[in-house]
Ligand binder design. Structure first.
Ligand SMILES: [Zn+2]
Length: 274
C-alpha cells in the first residue's frame, strides 16, 4: 500500500511556507499531521515545526523524541477535534535549490515508509528567481520512495479553507520561539568552558545578536503586523455580524407585532340590511 495523493489544508500550507521562508541559508523541517481516507489519500490538517539539531545541508534528521512528541500532539488533537489524527508525513525546505528530493531525502523517506507505507514527504523550494521574468518562484512537491534510490511523485492538492484553525495559528506563533531557541543553543555551544579568546567571544556574541535581530526583523515584525491586521478584520466582522443580528431581531419583533395585532383584530360587522 502506498499514498495515492496528499491534500494540504491551506492554513497548513501557509504555515509551512512561512517556515520555509524564515531561513534562507539552511533547510528547515517539520512533521505533517492528519488522516488517511479509504482511498489512501493523506489529508494534512495540522503540523509540528521542528527544532534543528544539525543545520548542514541534507541533514534533515528527526529524532525519536521529536517523533514521539509529535505523536502525542496528534493524540491530543484527535481528542480535541474528535476525528482521527496521526503523524502522516514530513516536510522540509530547499532554499535556492531545485524542489526534487536528494539521494539522502529518498533514503530518509524510505526509512519512514518502513514504519508507515503511506508516509509522505513534501518539499518546498524557495528563494528562487525565475531567470526570464525575474520573479520569485515557489515550487512544492510531494513524493514517496519506491526503493532507497528511486522516488515517485505523489499528486498534491491544496484544500482552500476560509478559516485558520487555532492549532495551526499556534504553530505559526511558535515559529519565532523555535528559531530563537536554535540560535540560543548554537551560541551557548560556542561559549568556552575556560578562559577563551576574547575576540572570538566578542565575534560569537555579535553573530548571536545579529541572528536574533534577523529573526525579529524578518519574522516577528511581519507576523505581528499580520496578526494585528487579522484582529482588526475579525473585529470588523464581529461588528458587522452584531449589526446583522440586531436588524434580524428587529424584523422578528416587527413580524411578531403584526401577527399579534392580526390575531386580536375584532371582526367587523357587515350588515346587508342597511
Ligand atoms: Zn532535501
Amino acid at each position: 500500500m502506498t499514498a495515492a495523493g496528499c491534500v494540504l489544508a491551506s492554513d497548513v500550507f501557509s504555515v509551512c511556507l512561512t517556515h520555509a521562508f524564515s531561513t534562507e541559508g539552511e533547510e528547515v523541517m517539520g512533521l505533517l499531521i492528519g488522516q488517511l481516507d479509504e482511498k489512501s489519500v493523506a489529508h494534512v490538517s495540522a503540523l509540528v515545526i521542528l527544532q534543528r539539531s544539525d543545520k548542514r545541508p541534507d541533514r534533515c534528521e528527526i529524532s525519536p523524541e521529536q517523533l514521539t512528541d509529535a505523536a502525542m500532539f496528534a493524540d491530543s488533537l484527535e481528542h480535541k477535534l474528535k476525528r482521527p489524527m496521526r503523524v502522516i508525513g514530513w516536510y522540509h525546505s530547499h532554499p535556492h535549490i531545485t524542489v526534487w528530493p536528494s539521494h539522502v531525502d529518498v533514503r530518509t523517506q524510505a526509512d519512514y515508509q518502513m514504519m508507515d507505507p503511506c508516509f509522505v514527504g513534501v518539499i518546498f523550494s524557495v528563494f528562487n528567481i525565475d531567470k526570464q521574468t525575474q520573479e520569485s518562484q515557489i515550487t512544492v512537491t510531494c513524493f514517496q520512495s519506491v526503493t532507497k534510490y528511486e522516488r515517485r511523485e505523489v499528486p498534491l492538492y491544496i484544500d482552500k479553507k476560509l478559516t485558520f484553525e487555532v492549532h495551526n495559528l499556534q504553530s505559526l506563533v511558535s515559529l519565532p520561539k523555535v528559531l530563537l531557541t536554535e540560535e540560543s543553543i548554537a551560541y551557548r555551544a560556542s561559549l568556552p568552558s575556560g578562559d577563551g579568546n576574547l575576540v572570538t567571544q566578542l565575534h560569537n556574541a555579535s553573530v548571536y545578536s545579529a541572528s536574533v535581530c534577523h529573526v525579529l526583523d524578518t519574522l516577528v515584525t511581519p507576523l505581528m503586523k499580520s496578526l494585528n491586521n487579522r484582529l482588526e478584520k475579525n473585529k470588523e466582522t464581529k461588528r458587522r455580524l452584531e449589526q446583522e443580528k440586531q436588524n434580524l431581531q428587529s424584523e422578528i419583533e416587527a413580524a411578531n407585532m403584526s401577527n399579534y395585532s392580526a390575531l386580536n383584530r375584532k371582526p367587523q360587522n357587515v350588515s346587508l340590511l342597511d
